[in-house]
Design a protein around this ligand. Structure first.
Ligand SMILES: [Zn+2]
Ligand SMILES: [Zn+2]
Length: 136
């Protein structure tokens, strides 16, 4: 495989963000891999940060899920009065609608994500207690 930016040079790795081949001068080292220097560095770093955050929530176990749900509820609660005010006004401005909708649906998304983590943990826990019951 050749470098995406230098077609004559052999690639030493692949960008985490865009999966293009990279030669040593083009490869920027990030937390857990390589990224196109100056092109994908920030994106790739953000992605790996998000993945780490996700795995932290999951590894936190049921507590992580509850934390997620709490954050989601907090966002929904914060967005609700804004939405009420927007829809009770005669001429709501898009400037006000968009951020509060993003906050609201972001909150719903985070809440559901937490719920999924909790369910995941509950199912593994029942699996374990099921096995324990069999042993008894
Ligand atoms: Zn290159
Ligand atoms: Zn890239």
């Amino acid at each position: 495989m050749k470098c995406f930016y230098h077609h004559m040079t052999d690639a030493v790795g692949i960008c985490k963000n865009c999966n293009r081949g990279l030669c040593p001068p083009c490869a920027a080292e990030i937390a857990d891999g390589l990224a196109c220097r100056g092109v994908c560095e920030t994106e790739a770093a953000a992605v790996s940060k998000l993945v780490r955050l996700n795995s932290r929530f999951v590894s936190e176990g049921p507590r992580g899920g509850t934390l997620c749900q709490g954050m989601g509820i907090a966002a929904i609660v914060a967005a609700s009065p804004l939405l009420v005010r927007i829809f009770s006004s005669r001429a709501p401005s898009a400037m006000a609608i968009v951020p509060s909708l993003v906050l609201f649906f972001g909150g719903v998304g985070v809440f559901l994500y937490g719920w999924r983590i909790n369910r995941l943990w509950r199912s593994t826990n029942t699996g374990q207690s099921g096995a324990a019951q069999l042993r008894r």
